[in-house]
Structures are given as structure tokens and as C-alpha cells.
Design a protein around this ligand. Structure first.
Ligand SMILES: Cc1ncc(COP(=O)(O)O)c(C=O)c1O
Length: 379
């Protein structure tokens, strides 16, 4: 379905056509061509100090990262529960077991206290987790300092799922750059897109070299095809990278616009009973990829689903927040540490249209529908 006001729609107002034409004219559409190393260098410069491997999705980046961290069948890997399934699926691809952790209610990301509880519990069972996957949802940085402290105390590597938070910062450093490895997604609805695509980043040159090797079918550097290991077809293609180069040039303006959209929603919905926002802490700078609100049925007299349906009738797309993974049928019966924070966010939350192309009048329309739903019980 195509919406009049979609949740997150890409814009191609920069050099996308110019660069992709260059890729076509050079005949380089696959995994050779100048735009792949260019995109990697540009992204590394943009997020400072880190090295980048461009891949064909955020999911493949997560899978490859777990391979690089030595996760094997029978291992346990800690994962934030409040996230998209792609954060945890690669654990299962490797025959390992996800251990889910609840969120804290400030950033909505992994609770550091519950993380430590889980680590201590698993160690007491003789099962020290092999890695920790934490997420910066909707662009909002997690409590990175506390999480890093705990991970370092128990010597467990962090894999940062920064799929949604390209350009977000915590205490001035970019999300994705704290852990042993970080990943980004450039899927069609993300803050910058390459159609489909992702990246793996790390300070560790050896890990990056190995990621490049494994992502191109682990082909040996010989004139014929020789393979000493099982590899993957996970590299980004040159066509996608050409679009990525153009999109990266606009990242700052995209972030500025998404932050403006968030500010406007706050102004337009100010004072409405039972409506709350995902808020930045004093250490956080969010790219506000999506503006997410909470609707308290007791105070607002409406629900996230009623609002979703009302806006849908107006051809306006909204989306529930992620259903926690420990509640997903596919992940049932797996260990879970926490209470009902993530579940509560899922029950009350709604993501609002946040596309860069959104105009003030569009937001005024959306806000007036929300206002009229909430106002009904007060008038
Ligand atoms: C939190 C999170 N992790 C991982 C992914 C997977 O990225 P991709 O769709 O590029 O495979 C996504 C997005 O789709 C995501 O939102």
C-alpha cells in the first residue's frame, strides 16, 4: 500500500542519479567498482576513527559480526528484547541461544542492571555469554557507558545494533563505535538508504580484513577459485554504494530535518493528556529516525491501535513499536531477564510519520487527528 504520508520515505535530492549513472557507465554494478571503497571511506570519516565494511544488509552485518566474535552452536548470546527480529535471528542462524533482556524506561533500550543480573545468572550456570547485542532504537542511544562498564567487567564483547541510529551520539561519540563491532542498516526506510544495504564497523583492522574476506565467499587470493573456509555472499554492490555515497553527503541535513520533525510534534501535541514521547537523556543526541509516542489509554481515552486505524483511514501510515522478542512465538521458552517495561512500551507506543519530506502542514493534520481523538473524552 502506498501512503499519502508514509512513516519513513527516502528522498533522492543529491547526487544519487549522477553517481549511479557513473556506476552504470563503468559497467560496475556488482561487487567491484570505485563506489564501494569510496562509501566505506566516507562512512569511516563521518563516524570518526572506525573502519567500515559495506555489506548487503544490516542482518548480514549482524550475522557476520557474530561469526567474527566466534559464536558457535550451543553458545549463549545476550540480546535486547525490545527490537526488530533481525537483531536476534543471526544468533539462531548459528545454532546459538538468545538470552533476552528487558529495557529501561528512559531510553527504551537495554537495562544495564538487568544485563548484569543476566550475566551473573548465566555465569553461575557455567554458561558465560559469548556476546551482548544491544540496540539504539528509533535512533535513541542506549545507556552506553553503563553497558560498556558491565561488558568490560565480565570481558564479554559488545555488538552494537545501530541499524536505526546512523549519526546518533552518546556523550559525543557515534552510536556503533563503542562496541567491539557495530552495524548499520541502509534499508529503504532508514535515515540514509542504499536500497538494501548495511555496514560493519570496528576499530580492529584484523576483524575488518576478515569480514571483507568472509563476505566475498572466503575466496583465496589466487588466479583460480580456492576456498579454505565457508564464506558468505554478503558484500554491498557498487550500484548500492553509489547511492550510499550521495545519501551520506546529505546525512547532516536529514538528521536536522528529522530532529525538527520531532520538535514540531512535541509542540503540536504539547499539553495533551496521556501522550508522551521517547526522550533524549542529557548524554544523548538522537537522529530521531522515527518519532515515537506513548498513548496512555487511562489518561487519553484512546489507544495506539485506535489512533493507528484512524490515521490509516486518512492514508497516514503509523506503526506499533517493536513487539518484544521474548513474547514472539518464534522465540518462546527462551530465558528472559526483566519485567514488563518493553511490553508496556509495545502496548502503548506508536511511531509517527517522520519522513524528511514531511511538511509542517502535514504534521499539523496528523496532530489535529490525534488531538481530536484525545480531546473526545475531555469535551
Ligand atoms: C534494530 C534493527 N536491527 C537490524 C535491522 C536489519 O537491517 P536490514 O533490514 O538492513 O537487514 C533493522 C532494520 O531493518 C533494525 O531496525
Amino acid at each position: 500500500m502506498s501512503f499519502k504520508l508514509p512513516l519513513s520515505f527516502p528522498v533522492f535530492n543529491g547526487n544519487e542519479k549522477k553517481y549511479s549513472n557513473e556506476a552504470i557507465e563503468a559497467g560496475h554494478l556488482a561487487t567491484h567498482g570505485k563506489f564501494i571503497p569510496k562509501f566505506e571511506a566516507k562512512l569511516s570519516r563521518r563516524i570518526k576513527t572506525h573502519q567500515t565494511v559495506a555489506l548487503n544488509s544490516g542482518t548480514s552485518a549482524l550475522h557476520l559480526a557474530l561469526v567474527l566474535l566466534g559464536v558457535e552452536a550451543g553458545d549463549e548470546v545476550i540480546c535486547q528484547s525490545f527490537t526488530f527480529c533481525a537483531s536476534a535471528n543471526p544468533i539462531v542462524y548459528l545454532g546459538a541461544k538468545p538470552i533476552f533482556i528487558d529495557s529501561e524506561d528512559e531510553s527504551w533500550n537495554m537495562s544495564p542492571e538487568l544485563l548484569e543480573d543476566a550475566i551473573l545468572d548465566r555465569i553461575s550456570e557455567g554458561k558465560k555469554p559469548k556476546a551482548i547485542i544491544m540496540v539504539h532504537l528509533f535512533g535513541m542511544p542506549a545507556k552506553m557507558h553503563e553497558i560498556m562498564d558491565i561488558a568490560q567487567r565480565y570481558s564479554i564483547p559488545i555488538l552494537e545494533d545501530a541499524a536505526e541510529s546512523v549519526g546518533s551520539k552518546y556523550r559525543g561519540e557515534y552510536c556503533g563505535t563503542f562496541g567491539s563491532l557495530g552495524i548499520y542498516s541502509f534499508n529503504g526506510n532508514k535515515i540514509i538508504t542504499t536500497g538494501g544495504g548495511g555496514a560493519l564497523i570496528s576499530k580492529d583492522t584484523q576483524l575488518i580484513q576478515r569480514a571483507k574476506y568472509l563476505s566475498t565467499q572466503a575466496r583465496e587470493d589466487l588466479p583460480y577459485y580456492q576456498h579454505l573456509e565457508i564464506g558468505y555472499n554478503y558484500r554491498m554492490n557498487n550500484m548500492a554504494a553509489s547511492i550510499g555515497c550521495a545519501q551520506l553527503e546529505q546525512l547532516d541535513s536529514f538528521i536536522e530535518k528529522r530532529r525538527l520533525i520531532n520538535r514540531r510534534y512535541r509542540e503540536l501535541l504539547a499539553g495533551l493528556p496521556g501522550i508522551d514521547f521517547q526522550n533524549e537523556g542529557e548524554d544523548s543526541f538522537s537522529n530521531f529516525w522515527l518519532t515515537a509516542i506513548l498513548i496512555d489509554p487511562n489518561l487519553s481515552g484512546t489507544t495506539n491501535d485506535k489512533l493507528r486505524v484512524k490515521l490509516l483511514k486518512e492514508n497516514i501510515e503509523t506503526r506499533f513499536l517493536w513487539k518484544p522478542l521474548h513474547l514472539q512465538p518464534v522465540f518462546r521458552n527462551l530465558p528472559y531477564f526483566g519485567g514488563e517495561v518493553a511490553q508496556g512500551l509495545f502496548k502503548k507506543g506508536l511511531c509517527l510519520p517522520s519522513s524528511v519530506s514531511l511538511e509542517l502542514e502535514d504534521q499539523e493534520r496528523i496532530a489535529s487527528f490525534i488531538r481530536s481523538s484525545v480531546a473526545q473524552i475531555y469535551t
